[in-house]
Design a protein around this ligand. Structure first.
Ligand code: G6P
Length: 611
């Protein structure tokens, strides 16, 4: 989704802005642009499409040198992706320019009012009204920050906003509902929507909160509320290193991230298990034993891949805690007047920690006084800071749009949380705890076994690059993995894929089966095994193609399937981890055989900051 970077200092701004935009590419975008000071004027250069196209345009310009500028990658919401709609946007007289993330909900009304005053708009965007409105006030006061403050009082919606005027060496920054950080360098400042954009320049950052505004000059920054009251903010140190956001020899970030999983799982577990006493140690839990005792229900809210993790969470939490767990799409939760109260625990799962729907669900839950537990990957993100308490998943920066390592680490976090609450409530026996801990510790080695099958999976994948549809089938705790497998495939290869509970297949999807239709079955050796075999027979009888993800050594499956990917034998509850790795690799290689843009699939965004 849209990305922002700004710079003010002594260095050439353009290379820093372009570099920052490239670091933000992974979020998904369709056009981009920069704005800099240029001989007492503002110069905007934009391009539809990729940042390399923007670079080419910049190269054609002579003598562009400026030490202040703002830049943007746009993911279209209002108005088609083209050069005109790309940010930055000028005010009507080109005296100031803005970049904006988020949505201005009342832009139509403002636009109409301004049009009546004679203003002529050039774009179809909601954002352009901000430039016009700020400038209207700026012309009167010649105080840019005051003008932004005034304009914001008239705006409803969300914004991460940067404003630059032609006659002042300052950047005005404001935030409501769309992340903004200020990077503090040596005699220079950066502003960005995401730490990866500025990581190579500084690790000292301030997270701007909603309803805060900052004025950044060459030597100073000042943060105030929208009522202009000064706010002192803490400076945080980012722990991420640069190599974590680079490909390190892998063809794609997604492949790197798939292969990182054994190490990332070790990170997620590190220091959180007290082996001596067989206990789970989680630092970020501020909820009391009393609260846990009185929990009347647990609701998990999330979107996309995180939602699939939530579905597995239901199996795990209900099994051990015997507390009813509901799983909701975050976008649906807030509109159904959910039945929760101060004794409910709402778990919000999010890789980015910025998903607008999940944030809105949290707000709804908070209004109803429920306690919020965040399972979040990005440190310092809005969901992490909005939750009452939580656990960081420690997957490290995930750049590939299709989520992989973040998912497995979310799952690990859910297991740790289950154990933690189970121990608090004495609902998990010593023996069960030992078994779970043992299984968690074995995950990295088991996952490596599946990763070692990648050559074979690549070969199988080559046979399906021309398929138009796929069915993914699994049962029980592996049903969400079937959903996740289907999601991975459609996200990166654009092949239509659906996940279903294996038994449900006969109530509809079976109509689709013919000799061109591959079905991916998850069939580990467990109590559902024979039932799934019957489902496979049903597909076979109709001439369908079967790809099985099965337990190593299962000869019966070899005979029934057209292709088999073996995963190691494990306790059923933990097979989700190895099965999903096989799914990720299968989707990855099919998309790679199709030469798809795997890390930046069309239309998708890594972090969806609009509702
Ligand atoms: C987007 C991403 C998905 C992700 C979903 C939820 O759709 O492309 O990969 O699963 O958002 O994001 P979150 O950051 O909240 O986990």
């Amino acid at each position: 989704m849209c990305g922002i970077i700004g710079y003010i200092g002594k260095k050439e701004a353009i290379p820093i802005l372009i570099n920052g935009l490239k670091r933000l590419e992974y979020r998904g975008y369709d056009s981009c642009g920069v704005c800099i000071h240029d001989n007492n004027l503002l110069k905007i250069i934009k391009a539809k499409g990729k940042i390399v196209d923007l670079e080419k345009r910049i190269k054609k310009e002579n003598n562009l040198n400026s030490t202040i500028g703002i830049a943007h990658t746009r993911w279209a919401t209002h108005g088609i992706p083209n050069e005109i709609n790309a940010h930055p946007h000028f005010s009507e007289d080109n005296n100031l320019a803005i970049v904006h993330n988020g949505i201005i909900e009342n832009y139509d009304t403002i636009k109409l009012l301004l049009q009546k005053e004679g203003y002529v708009f050039k774009t179809q965007t909601d954002s352009e009204v901000i430039a016009f409105l700020v400038n209207k006030f700026y012309k009167k006061s010649n105080n840019l920050k005051d003008a932004v403050l005034k304009a914001l009082t008239q705006i409803t919606g969300t914004y991460g906003l940067l404003v630059l005027s032609k006659d002042k060496r300052e950047i005005i920054v404001a935030r409501k509902g769309s992340p903004i950080i200020i990077g503090i360098g040596k005699n220079e400042f950066f502003v960005a929507s995401d730490t990866s954009a500025i990581l190579e320049y500084t690790k000292n950052v301030i997270y701007l909160d909603d309803f805060e505004i900052a004025k950044i000059t060459d030597t100073n920054y000042e943060i105030t509320s929208l009522k202009n009251q000064k706010i002192n903010k803490e400076i945080h140190k980012i722990k991420t290193s640069l190599d974590q956001i680079e490909k390190s020899g892998y063809k794609h970030f997604m492949l790197k991230e798939i292969f990182e999983q054994p190490e990332k799982i070790k990170d997620a577990l590190s220091g959180r298990i007290d082996f001596k006493n067989n206990r789970i140690v989680l630092g970020g839990i501020c909820l009391t034993k009393e609260f846990f005792k009185n929990i009347n229900k647990i609701v998990i809210v999330a979107c996309g891949t995180s939602w699939h993790c939530a579905l597995i969470g239901k199996f795990v939490l209900e099994k051990y805690l015997r507390i009813s767990v509901e799983v909701d799409y975050a976008s649906e939760f807030r509109y159904r007047n959910p039945i929760i109260d101060e004794n409910s625990l709402v778990i919000a799962i999010s890789q980015s920690g910025e998903t607008a729907d999940t944030l809105a669900a949290i707000k709804e839950a908070k209004e109803k006084k429920a306690k919020i537990f965040g399972i979040v990957n990005v440190v310092g993100s809005t969901i992490a800071r909005t939750s009452d308490c939580g656990i960081y998943t420690r997957a490290g920066p995930e750049i590939g749009v299709a989520s992989t390592k973040a998912f497995t680490n979310q799952l690990v976090s859910l297991w740790l949380l289950t154990l933690f609450i189970g121990q608090k409530l004495n609902k998990i026996t010593e023996k069960e705890t030992k078994e779970i801990i043992n299984n968690l510790n074995n995950l990295p080695e088991k996952i490596k076994i599946v990763l070692n099958e990648s050559k074979k999976i690549k070969e199988i994948a080559s046979k399906f690059k021309n398929s138009k549809n796929f069915l993914y089938l699994g049962r029980g705790i592996n049903y969400p993995i079937a959903l996740e497998g289907a999601l991975k495939l459609k996200e990166i290869s654009y092949i239509h894929a659906e996940g279903y509970p294996a038994a449900e297949m006969k109530h509809g999807p079976i109509a689709l089966i013919d000799k061109n239709m591959p079905s991916v079955f998850i069939i580990n050796k467990n109590k559902n095994y024979d039932k799934i075999i019957s489902n496979m027979q049903e597909i076979k009888a109709r001439g369908g193609i079967i790809i099985s993800i099965a337990t190593k050594g299962d000869e019966q499956i070899l005979k029934l399937s057209d292709h088999t990917i073996f995963v190691p034998k494990m306790d059923t509850q933990f097979t989700t981890f190895v099965n999903v790795i096989a799914m990720q690799l299968l989707a990855y290689y099919i998309a790679d055989h199709k030469n798809c843009e795997i890390d930046k699939p069309r239309n998708l965004a890594k972090s969806v900051t609009v509702e």
